[in-house]
Design a protein around this ligand. Structure first.
Ligand code: SAH
Length: 463
């Protein structure tokens, strides 16, 4: 299996820095299914090409029990050593992992640099033929040239084979190019060599970040990537839609920010949450819908919190959080305490379990009311932390803000805002369904008749 990536960016040898592979040497790595060789057939100022050769050992595949379905003979003699398949994705992740993640310690300025890139894949299987190739790569802005092959030169009537030699051209970043290849090669091949579990949803969403949500073929991609495990594909698609919406939310954020600036309500809210957590013996905290990590930052400052997990559906927010928290530069002892994960409050997730407390700060109003039932189950039935803190705007207070027109919500994407009575009723219904009790607090300056701008419910699990 041969794949090359070339650039004519000047100096073209920047490609070597980005790939973390020195053009001078041929570098080989042993993976479970064979050996990956990386070398540069050409590396000068004007043009640089990196080649990846996968030397797949069919016997090794059988030994490691990653069986290819089919008869005995097919297990030994098959197309896997020759074609670009899910093995390429594994090789990209393991051998070009830093480039795929967009990390480049020596030359960080190169990460976001768009350069003219050309990929050649000598044999790419495409189930569904040439048409699928176009449908997958063209919407991403690739210029393509595809060479097809007859099944047999002598017998024209046998028709075309499903193997293609493909050249893809685009001016983009190396990390984006690798993420496209990582996801789309196995989708085209449609034959994954490993078990598809829930982790694969995370990988798909992580690698598809910034492009998959807008791809016209996202359904086909999710279905095939997850090998037609329809429940996983449905979840992935639902989360892609949420990601798209939450990106729109961020663009609409200005009204709320303006309204709240004067009293720095946000700061007061977060401080109140921290002080409630400090009153109890909380060591492990999960911040659900952590956004850009403002609460996480305060949690990190308090030694009491030994394990801190931030979760959000928006990968963009998580990336901003990662930067704002300087996660990549924290000393090891601090770094060990905190983790960020991509997830959704709509789906039961094992990673949310085992925490002393969960915080859900200004998040519920971003969910459609019919979906709150799913949220309740995820938090109170499955994750089951001892303490749950939920905050949301108090709608009654909106009249106090001159900048906010009557009856307008504070944020372009709030699906609802509740009066104190509405919020408290909802919290009470939770305590009727699950073994929790609740008390209420209010945050921000109090006004006669309308109360405080933020309302908070503190749930405690019954022993
Ligand atoms: N808690 C943060 C962010 C509040 S903004 C703070 O107080 O600063 C609301 C956040 O909820 C956004 O980051 C949005 O991406 C996230 N969110 C909305 N719906 C979600 C869902 N279903 N699952 C996880 N996060 C969600």
């Amino acid at each position: 299996m041969l794949l090359t990536i070339s650039t004519t960016h000047k100096p073209a040898t920047d490609l070597g820095y980005l790939m973390h592979k020195n053009p001078i040497r041929c570098q080989s790595s042993d993976l479970a299914f064979g050996t990956v060789h990386i070398f540069y057939p050409e590396a000068n100022e004007d043009k640089c090409s990196m080649a990846m050769v996968l030397d797949i050992d069919p016997v090794e595949i059988i030994r490691s029990r990653k069986r290819i379905s089919g008869t005995q003979l097919e297990q030994y003699i098959n197309d896997r050593p020759y074609v670009a398949s899910s093995f390429v994705s594994v090789a990209i992740a393991q051998v070009l992992g830093s480039a795929l993640k967009g990390q480049c310690k020596d030359r960080p300025e190169l990460i976001e640099l768009e350069m003219p890139l050309v990929v050649k894949i000598s044999v790419l299987p495409s189930r569904g033929g040439q048409e699928i190739l176009y449908r997958l790569f063209e919407p991403l802005g690739y210029e393509m040239s595809i060479e097809g092959y007859r099944l047999d030169e002598k017998y024209e009537e046998w028709g075309q084979s499903s193997y293609y030699t493909v050249e893809l051209k685009k001016t983009t970043t190396v990390k984006e190019l690798l993420s496209h290849l990582y996801v789309l090669i196995p989708v085209l091949d449609n034959h994954k060599h490993y078990y598809i579990g829930r982790d694969e949803v995370e990988k798909l969403l992580q690698r598809g970040q910034g492009w998959l949500a807008h791809h016209p073929e996202k359904e086909l991609i999710a279905k095939r990537y997850l090998k037609f495990r329809s429940s996983l594909a449905r979840e992935a698609l639902a989360r892609l839609v949420e990601e798209e919406i939450s990106e729109i939310d961020e663009e609409n954020a200005s009204t709320e920010e303006e309204a709240e600036r004067e009293i720095s309500l946000n700061e007061e809210r977060l401080k109140t949450v921290i002080s409630v957590l400090k009153e109890t013996d909380v060591k492990k905290v999960i911040d659900l819908g952590c956004g850009e990590g403002q609460l996480l930052k305060l949690l990190l400052k308090e030694k009491q919190f030994e394990q801190i997990l931030g979760m959000d559906v928006s990968i963009r927010s998580l990336e901003i959080a990662r930067q704002k928290l300087h996660l990549d530069n924290l000393p090891a002892t601090q770094r060990k305490r905190i983790e960020l994960i991509h997830g959704s409050l709509m789906y039961r997730d094992k990673r949310f379990e085992g925490f002393d407390a969960a915080t859900v700060i200004e998040v519920i109003e971003h969910m459609d009311p019919p979906r709150l039932v799913a949220f309740e189950r995820v938090v109170f039935e499955f994750a089951k932390p001892k303490t749950v803190i939920i905050t949301t705007p108090n709608k009654e207070y909106n009249v106090v803000w001159e900048t906010l027109e009557a009856d307008k919500l504070r944020h372009g994407d709030h699906r609802f805002e509740w009066t104190r009575e509405e919020f408290q009723n909802w919290c009470e219904t939770i305590t009727q369904k699950y073994d929790y009790q609740v008390r209420f607090m209010s945050i921000g300056p109090e006004q006669e008749r309308v109360g405080c701008p933020t309302q908070m419910g503190v749930f405690t699990a019954l022993e």
